[in-house]
Design a binder for this molecule. Structure first.
Ligand code: PLP
Length: 497
């Protein structure tokens, strides 16, 4: 019954003893039970540390954080009055050499599996980080949030094991049992321990006893180890399923952070165009898939991407999610092409004296031309879904003053080549009237100039569905803009029969 009293604010003695052994075996830590404070998750460890740092008031309340890095952690530190100072992350982890210029006296990082990029802090950087901390008398906060999941590489020992006097170590059961357990541990440098225990006591008198006793039992009986072994296997097959599906549906995406953890990061191929990843994530969520836009986790600009968590989904669900993400990105790419096409059209009308503007809300709009059920119809011999011609077709509406231009955009590859060529040589003008033209479509077009007409991408040099008549009209207008005396090349000579 004593175990169910208020007890020690550091938490259950039994659990702390079991944890000391567990963390020694799994993370290389050499902590005594008395060094450990049981908290309600890594989040509470941050809260207690942040309040202490704030009270200290060193370095104007600045704390270095990884960029990109966990948005949730950054927001929490800011909530507790610290000012997160972004330090870039590269393929070796936090760029430790940039800490010196900041004047901060604390840094929060995820050295074993950087969130969200998944990189491991390189051995040289680990040494440099600890050297910096010793010289600056700074505190290193180690967030070991998903230490248990390593698939393709040996686990790296915790940073705290190398420098217990400089590093505060935080971990939890959120990734091994359940986030709702709200159970974690903090192992601070000894000089901070008393203040932190006092802060913990002031916050909640100690963490709930029952989850602590359950965890102590699970460790002592070996069930936790067995459970993690099983979950690791399951998560590995989920990761593999997602990876395979991404390679199939989104072969141009760069996938990072796959060797460990419960999430991976994709950065997009350039062809997704100019859309922000927040906007793309919104569209993906409308397609039924929840992802984090990478920019949420950034303080400074960088390439767009998605953080994809795979822990709570079956391989089939993950395959379907990858397929939907790929569809949304392909559609965004088409929308971007359409936007550029309309912009170019508007630009070309300018020199002709036509005052043109794309009316608000009437820019390129995306329509996934596929109907439900159509997705599975087109597969090539190797099983890869093909983007058929019809699927590439999309409708664009642009209003150019009074002129309504519903447009059909197609033949993505050819257009991309064209766009690239034009951007490369900086010449926005078409090489000939066959490249971009206006095609009269439907009965409403008769005799009415552009109204009711369609805009269609044609094939260079060939008729390509372009209306010669309207193409000629375009060129005549162009020439008239330069030479008011020019005649319509398609117009009949009044003297001819
Ligand atoms: C990088 C990172 N740190 C910390 C946390 C918070 O963990 P806890 O549930 O232990 O408070 C999370 C939660 O997902 C996380 O992703």
């Amino acid at each position: 019954m004593a175990d169910l009293g208020y007890g020690d604010p550091r938490g259950s003695e039994w659990l702390r003893a079991e944890l000391a052994g567990w963390l020694g075996r799994t993370r290389g830590l050499r902590a005594e039970p008395g060094d450990i404070i049981i908290v309600t998750g890594v989040a509470q460890a941050f809260a207690l540390l942040a309040q202490g740092l704030r009270r200290d008031g060193g370095a104007n309340g600045g704390i270095a954080v990884e960029d990109p890095g966990s948005r949730g952690s950054r927001d929490e530190l800011a909530y507790w009055g610290l000012r997160p100072v972004p330090i870039p992350v590269d393929s070796h982890g936090l760029m430790v050499d940039q800490l010196a210029g900041t004047g901060v006296r604390a840094v929060l990082l995820t050295p074993a599996h950087q969130f969200p990029t998944g990189v491991v802090l390189a051995p040289g950087r680990r040494r440099d980080l600890l050297d910096w901390a010793a010289a600056a008398k700074a505190l290193v906060i180690e967030d070991d949030y998903d230490a248990e999941y390593r698939y393709d590489r040996a686990p790296v020992p915790a940073l705290q094991a190398s420098a217990p006097g400089q590093v505060a170590y935080a971990g939890s059961t959120s990734k091994t049992l359940a986030p709702g357990m709200r159970l974690g541990w903090l192992i601070p440098p000894s000089r901070l321990r008393d203040d932190l225990v006092e802060a913990k006591h002031a916050s909640d008198l100690g963490s709930p006893a029952l989850p602590q006793l359950v965890l102590a039992h699970l460790i002592a009986s070996g069930e936790l180890e067995q459970h993690i072994r099983g979950v690791r296997k399951r998560q590995r097959s989920r990761r593999d399923a997602l990876l395979r599906a991404l390679r199939e549906h989104l072969p141009e995406a760069r996938v990072q952070g796959i060797a460990a953890g419960l999430h991976l990061l994709i950065t997009f191929p350039a062809r997704t165009g100019a859309a922000e990843d927040t906007e793309l994530a919104e569209r993906v969520s409308r397609a039924g898939v929840l992802v984090h836009p990478l920019s949420w986790h950034r303080q400074r600009p960088g390439p767009p991407g998605f953080v994809l968590g795979y822990a709570a989904h079956t391989p089939d669900q993950l395959r379907e999610a990858a397929r939907r993400i790929a569809l949304v990105l392909a559609a965004a790419h088409l929308a971007d092409l359409a936007r550029r096409l309309v912009r170019r059209l508007v630009r070309r009308l300018g020199p002709l004296g036509v005052r043109a503007a794309v009316a608000p809300g009437h820019g390129p709009q995306l329509a996934d031309a596929r109907r439900p059920g159509q997705h599975d119809q087109e597969h090539s011999a190797d099983g890869r879904e093909q983007q058929g011609h019809a699927e590439r077709e999309m409708t664009v509406r642009a209003h150019v003053r009074h002129i309504d231009c519903p447009a059909v955009l197609q033949d993505e590859d050819q257009q991309e080549q064209q766009d690239d060529g034009e951007e490369a040589d900086g010449d926005p003008e078409p090489a000939d009237p066959g490249v971009l033209g206006l095609e009269r479509r439907g009965r409403g077009a008769r005799g009415s100039g552009l109204r009711g007409g369609g805009l269609r991408r044609g094939r260079r040099g060939g008729p390509g569905g372009l209306s010669r008549r309207l193409g000629n009209r375009y060129w005549l207008l162009r020439r008239r803009a330069r030479d008011p005396g020019a005649r319509d090349p398609g117009a009949r000579d009044p003297g001819a029969r």
